[in-house]
Design a binder for this molecule. Structure first.
Ligand code: ADP
Ligand code: MG
Length: 417
């Protein structure tokens, strides 16, 4: 299989060649022809399997082959929505770098929150061919008349299941209401939990459903391990693993922003170049940490699920679940930060006594049966708490933001009037 057989124009084939890519990945081979045919596409393909180019290449081709009517003002014809600011930057860069190599000038604008709105408004003057956005900032810009969506012909939801989550529901509905009904809609993710399937189906007209099964060969090459450890010994164990294995570039997931600071601080004091990355930091600090981490200037970044979706760090070798993720879906996305684009990765999960039942559920959902390792010097002594009734779900015992929203929603709907 080559890119030539997929129906891409010579200009795009040259751009792909310039990127040093030889052959399309399975999702690219299936999605590119479907997107070129203007079909709605609902695509599930593993983490790190090249979903970005699977929509970027054919959409650029649509823009090249159906030139806009006027150069005076560029109507937004492609809208790409993503759930996090860092992912907006990343996807915007992929599109802009490709567009730069094309014969016609195509303008790509990336908008996201946490930074001043004015430069983004200025950049949008005269319009843009492609807008990559997080939903909240896009709505701000719409409210300020800096952008219009009435001419959008192609909509992409990257990490679609996350955007269809309750957390984004209101914003997404507002954006959808501003789009022409006649359009192409593309949904991409590595996961679509049963809860979002109906929502996804509702957004699409006769979609081409593409599922690149995670069977051997297409599955990311990630060696997964689970280590039983006492809660209080996790930081020491992490230090031990980092030092003993000579790990460089470790992405560590914890449950809270506070834990990011706490764990990163402890590692740093122990002489390991570790730093936190979470949603309470300024956007400038977030961007610095990410680019410094990519450049190998930090050995360890301790983060929340903020970094679990979409972020592409080339050759990131190790992911650690210091706290287990809330759901099997989050597990897939977290460990999927490693083992990307055919590279090998390691994913290590710490399992405390209290988290044992939760870990079993994650494994069941993931069809995993990992042996629980013990590391000499860190043998667990804590015993599992007695099972608490009514907490049989795969989610943790603390209510998530989503659970709280749901509860609030349910409470609201019970109110008379
Ligand atoms: P996904 O969205 O599926 O998680 P990305 O689109 O972020 O994956 O791509 C993951 C990595 O794979 C990126 O660094 C990208 O440059 C690389 N990549 C994409 N397509 C190909 C290809 N055809 N051959 C080799 N590498 C590719
Ligand atoms: Mg992606």
């Amino acid at each position: 299989m080559t890119f030539e057989t997929l129906g891409l124009t010579p200009a795009l084939l040259r751009a792909v060649g310039d990127m040093g890519l030889y052959a399309p990945t399975p999702i690219q081979a299936e999605a590119i022809p479907a997107v070129l045919k203007l079909a709605d596409v609902w695509a599930t393909a593993p983490t790190g399997s090249g979903k970005t180019l699977a929509f970027a290449l054919p959409l650029l081709q649509h823009l090249l082959t159906s030139p806009r009517q006027t150069n005076f003002r560029r109507p937004v014809r492609v809208l790409v929505l993503v759930p996090t600011r860092e992912l907006a930057v990343q996807v915007g860069d992929v599109l802009a770098n490709l567009a730069y190599k094309l014969p016609q000038s195509l303008k790509v604008n990336t908008v996201f929150g946490g930074v001043s709105v004015n430069p983004q408004m200025m950049a949008l003057r005269g319009g843009a061919d492609i807008v990559v956005a997080t939903p909240g900032r896009l709505l701000d810009l719409i409210d300020q008349n800096a952008v219009r969506l009435a001419d959008v012909q192609h909509l992409v939801l990257d990490e679609a299941d996350r955007l269809l989550d309750l957390g984004f529901a209101d914003e997404l509905q507002r954006v959808l209401a501003l789009l022409p009904a006649q359009r192409q809609t593309l949904l991409f993710s590595a996961t679509f939990a049963p809860e979002v399937e109906a929502l996804a189906a509702n957004m699409l007209h006769h979609p081409v459903r593409i599922t690149v099964e995670a069977f051997e060969g297409h599955k990311p090459d990630i060696t997964q391990r689970a280590i039983r450890v006492d809660e209080k010994n996790r930081t020491a164990l992490l230090r031990h693993l980092i030092t003993n294995n000579g790990w460089k570039q470790v992405l560590v997931f914890v449950a809270t922003r506070y834990a990011c600071e706490h764990v990163a601080g402890k590692l740093y004091k122990a002489g390991i170049y570790a730093t936190p990355f979470h949603g309470e930091m300024s956007q400038g600090a977030r961007q610095d940490v990410l680019s410094e981490f990519k450049a190998g200037r930090w050995d360890v970044v301790v983060t929340t699920d903020l970094a679990s979706r979409g972020i592409d760090i080339a050759m990131l070798p190790v992911v650690v679940n210091y706290d287990l993720p809330r759901s099997a879906t989050d597990y897939t996305h977290r460990i999927g930060r490693t083992g990307r684009a055919g590279a090998h990765g390691d994913a290590v999960s710490f399992v405390t006594a209290a988290a044992l039942a939760h870990w079993k559920l994650i494994q069941k959902r993931e069809s995993l049966e990992l042996a629980l390792e013990e590391i000499p010097g860190f043998e667990p002594t804590e015993t599992p708490p007695p099972p608490s009734p009514g907490n049989g779900g795969v989610k943790g015992s603390r209510p998530s933001k989503k659970d709280k929203l749901r509860a609030a929603g349910a409470a609201g709907s019970n109110k008379p009037g």
